[in-house]
Design a protein around this ligand. Structure first.
Ligand SMILES: *[C@@H]1O[C@H](CO)[C@@H](O)[C@H](O)[C@H]1NC(C)=O
Ligand SMILES: *[C@@H]1O[C@H](CO)[C@@H](O)[C@H](O)[C@H]1NC(C)=O
Length: 196
């Protein structure tokens, strides 16, 4: 038994195994072109992820899906929400899984819970150098973080869930007020939301 166990351990340690393969894609529903393909992930990755985000503003919506290789330790699965005082909001869902091609299915979007939850955050959506006026918004549903996001000249502040904070850092998707989708690195910080 002991010998078998050490054999397994040795095998686990010294066999590199085959690298995981994941679907890799970014698509915006308003674009007709999709380019999903199965990619062999770099060795540091051990899981596949898929993040779907739907942004709503002024009665219009845009949906983006991002599929990628990831590290299971940095996965924060579950619903993703954020909202701003100007009415822009994002609802999403993030999943991670450990087998080849397992991220082919796009998860369903959770329903937005509009109930105020007793937290509030300063909010704005501006283009630098326009000042962020930090209007107070009442957070909804499970949003219990205040977030601050900078992408190029765009500054967003508002209420978000922890999963929004963690996932947006990793995926670099930003949806602007006019529902344009930007893909680039961004700076996101979150602090606990204020009570009262
Ligand atoms: C909606 O959010 C409120 C405030 O966080 C919570 O009390 C309530 O249970 C939520 N409702 C559902 C259906 O999740
Ligand atoms: C999200 O990221 C923060 C900061 O990196 C970390 O402290 C927190 O544990 C993460 N949350 C989850 C659910 O992994």
């Amino acid at each position: 038994m002991k010998a078998l166990l050490s054999t397994c351990l040795l095998f686990g340690l010294f066999s590199p195994g085959s690298p995981i393969q994941c679907e890799v894609d970014h698509s915006i529903r308003t674009l007709s072109k999709r380019s999903t393909y199965l990619k062999t992930c770099d060795p540091e990755f051990d899981a596949c992820r898929v993040l779907v985000i739907e942004a709503t503003w002024s009665g219009k919506t845009v949906r983006t899906v991002k599929k990628s290789c990831t590290k299971s330790e940095s996965c924060v699965p579950g619903p993703v929400f954020m909202h701003l005082d100007n009415g822009l909001r994002e609802t999403g869902y993030s999943t991670c899984c450990p087998t080849d091609g397992c991220n082919s299915e796009v998860p369903a979007l959770p329903t937005w819970n509009e109930t105020q939850n007793g937290f509030w955050c300063p909010s704005c959506s501006v283009k630098y150098p326009e000042p962020c006026k930090r209007e107070i918004i009442r957070c909804q549903g499970s949003a219990n973080k205040c977030f601050f996001r900078v992408i190029g000249p765009i500054i967003h502040m508002g209420c978000a869930t922890e999963s929004f904070c963690n996932n947006s850092v990793q995926t670099g998707i930003t949806i602007t007020d006019s529902l344009g989708v930007l893909l680039s690195s961004q700076h996101v910080e979150c602090v606990p939301a204020h009570r009262g």
